[in-house]
Design a protein around this ligand. Structure first.
Ligand SMILES: Nc1ncnc2c1ncn2[C@@H]1O[C@H](COP(=O)(O)OP(=O)(O)OP(=O)(O)O)[C@@H](O)[C@H]1O
Length: 305
């Protein structure tokens, strides 16, 4: 359904844009219907830039975002882009910034109606909204007609997911959508994503939090400095991490009943897991990712460039 091929983004930064920042380098991945792919990496690793390229909000410097066989960068004209957004939507980290405090929060629904369903009758539209609110487990009486400041972050985030669902989307880009929510609300929203996946939605789940990735995803892609260092089935990546960066990330996840001193020891013990398999096979460096088990790919250990 979604395929990223050699996706690369270079930003011009510095005085007069004279410097180049390689935010994303040669990223390839796929998201199938009913699949959750976690894109995991530390701050600045390029996750949101990938999400923005998928949503057509930033043009790739090189490579392609292919959705249902079409290169998204070539979607010219209002109608073709509108059709794309009918099927592909994004929900972002900070729900508060997505609402205009001057209007009631459900205005986000009215905007969708004006753009996509101008001929819907009022009763039809109310039924549609009620169905979407039901899916995200919101009570219409508690959220409709309320201003953003009268709703919690979790309620606002669900309203945004409900807005996306009004469109019968097939792919959701969820960019850190639960990092601003408290622990119990997080689980609710994660479980909601699980329900959507069961209905056949593909989800690109962007997070810096490995534990959230494990909870929900089928496939995990670990990103470092814009490059994929390891990818594969989530169980394979978490149970048998190979790249030293993945091993360190896993060792640094805070766990109940483990103090920072123990975490420090685990970090030291994580080590580098032996030498780089790819360099052993292709001396001279610059090798492509190596398949260490079926579908489990590991990049070069020397990803410092
Ligand atoms: N519009 C932009 N212009 C210039 N540089 C940018 C722009 N957007 C992002 N960057 C830079 O690109 C790199 C990747 O940023 P990006 O936001 O994609 O990372 P991220 O992994 O999503 O980080 P975070 O988890 O903190 O949101 C960073 O170094 C960032 O400063």
């Amino acid at each position: 359904m979604l395929e990223l091929r050699g996706l690369t983004k270079v930003y011009r930064v510095g005085a007069f844009g004279g410097e180049r920042l390689h935010a994303v380098r040669d990223v390839g991945l796929t998201v199938h219907p009913g699949e959750v792919v976690s894109l995991v990496g530390e701050s600045g690793s390029g996750k949101s830039t990938i999400g923005r390229m998928v949503l057509g909000l930033a043009p790739p410097t090189a490579g392609t975002v292919v959705y249902a066989g079409t290169d998204v960068a070539r979607l010219r004209g209002h109608r073709r882009r509108k059709n794309y957004y009918r099927e592909v939507q994004g929900v972002f980290q900070d729900p508060f910034s997505c609402f205009n405090p001057v209007f009631t929060a459900d205005r986000v629904f009215a905007l969708i109606r004006a753009e996509y369903f101008p001929r819907a009758t009022d009763p039809e539209w109310r039924r549609r909204i009620a169905a979407c609110l039901d899916t995200v487990r919101l009570d219409p009486a508690q959220v409709l007609g309320k201003y953003p400041h009268q709703l919690s972050g979790g309620q606002l985030q669900r309203l945004l997911i409900a807005r996306a669902l009004l469109l019968d989307i097939r792919l959701l880009v969820a960019d850190e959508i639960i990092s601003m929510l408290d622990a119990s609300t997080r689980i609710d929203v994660l479980n909601l994503l699980g329900d959507l996946k069961a209905r056949g939605l593909g989800i690109l789940f962007i997070t810096h939090d490995l534990s959230l990735g494990t909870y929900i995803s089928d496939t995990t892609v670990i990103l470092r400095r814009g490059r994929i260092v390891e990818s594969g089935a989530t169980t394979a990546v978490f149970d048998h991490p190979v790249h030293p960066y993945t091993r360190r990330l896993l060792a640094s996840v805070p766990r109940l009943h483990r103090t920072w001193a123990q975490a420090d020891a685990d970090l030291a013990a994580a080590g580098d897991g032996g030498g780089c398999l790819g360099c052993a096979r292709h001396p001279g460096g610059g090798h492509p990712p190596v398949e260490v088990a079926e579908g489990h790919l590991v990049g070069c250990f020397d990803d410092s460039a």
